[in-house]
Write a protein that binds this ligand. Structure first.
Ligand code: CP
Ligand code: NVA
Length: 314
């Protein structure tokens, strides 16, 4: 298994590393943090947390650094291009070293095998701040946003349109299923979700009262949905992959015409950064249904709650 070297250690590498009850606990705490931002300033008193980036970031970097500081801990921000990561030090050796200095490791990286190798050798919790396959901290913030706007996640329908093969798509599948949501997903031919992750999400949904459904037509996928989400058509690392990442995606753009098929009270999510005029129009992004800036704010609260939870269970 993924955590064989360290079975008692709690990591958050994928959305389904939290059970439904644990996810609920984290989201409840996240909301308490949102309502009293300075009220828990000792939760991680005196701890140090390494936050490593092998890809660019605005939200993740700032929300972790500020959140860690608000909990009374110290964040050690590491731009991995200035470490030995790119020049041959193994993730495993880096994990063993970092575990002797810090109380948790947050990392944004490429292949999931990199974070798995790090977690297997770490003796402190490891948190996924985005990999090629998952972005679970983002989806925690998204689920918090759904709770704020729609009261609860259980039984709500979330439709993701766009690059269904990317990290956000996979995290919506798993995280949404854990939250008891009906997750619908639609993307162009050749940009569909990983079969194994889709199957795992369906298995989870069967237990939580949710469901997982793939669509080809965006309109059909959005029909009557409570939450409509999208993400960039070109994820980090795919800029030069030679694929046409515009033309086949155009029918999946979130615009007013597509949104008209959703529930009249539907909300719109985008993890940002947005490419306005591509996957989402200005009209929708700045319109009444948009929750994208609350969603961005919730990164802070959700990650504070996650770190608090992982430290308590470490
Ligand atoms: N949504 C998100 O993770 O943004 P950054 O890449 O700016 O961290
Ligand atoms: N899917 C995007 C998310 C950015 C936050 C990427 O991986 O680049």
């Amino acid at each position: 298994t993924r955590h064989a070297a360290n079975p008692s250690r709690r990591h958050f590498l994928r959305d389904d590393d939290l059970t439904s009850a644990e996810q609920d606990q984290v989201l409840t705490l996240a909301q308490a943090y949102a309502e009293d931002r300075r009220g828990h300033h000792k939760a991680l008193d005196g701890k140090s947390i390494a936050v490593l980036f092998e890809k660019p970031s605005l939200r993740t970097r700032v929300s972790f650094e500020v959140g860690i500081s608000e909990l009374g801990a110290h964040a050690v921000l590491i731009d991995a291009t200035n470490t030995h990561f790119g020049r041959g030090e193994t993730m495993s050796d880096a994990a063993r070293v970092l575990s002797r200095y810090v109380d948790a490791i947050v990392i944004r990286t490429f292949e999931d095998t990199r974070i798995e190798e790090l977690a297997a050798a770490a003796t402190v919790p490891v948190v996924n701040a985005l990999t090629n396959h998952f972005h679970p901290c983002q989806v925690l913030a998204d689920l918090q946003t759904v709770r704020q706007r729609l009261g609860h996640t259980q039984g709500r329908t979330l439709t993701y349109v766009g690059d269904a093969a990317n990290n956000m798509a996979h995290s919506y599948l798993l995280g949404g299923a854990v939250a008891g949501m009906h997750v619908r997903i639609a993307g162009p031919f050749g940009f569909t979700a990983d079969r194994a992750i889709l199957a795992q999400a369906a298995e989870i949904a069967a237990r939580t009262g949710g469901s997982v459904t793939e669509y080809t037509e965006a309109k059909e996928a959005v029909s009557g949905a409570d939450v409509i989400a999208t993400d960039t058509w070109t994820s980090m690392g795919h800029e030069g992959d030679g694929l046409d990442r515009i033309t086949p995606f155009l029918p999946y753009q979130i615009n007013a015409a597509l949104l008209a098929h959703a529930d009249p009270d539907a909300i719109v999510l985008h993890c940002l950064p947005a490419h306005r005029g591509e996957e989402i129009t200005d009209e929708v992004m700045d319109g009444a249904a948009s929750a994208v800036f609350d969603q961005a704010e919730n990164r802070l609260h959700a990650q504070k709650a996650l770190l608090t939870f992982l430290m308590e269970h470490a």
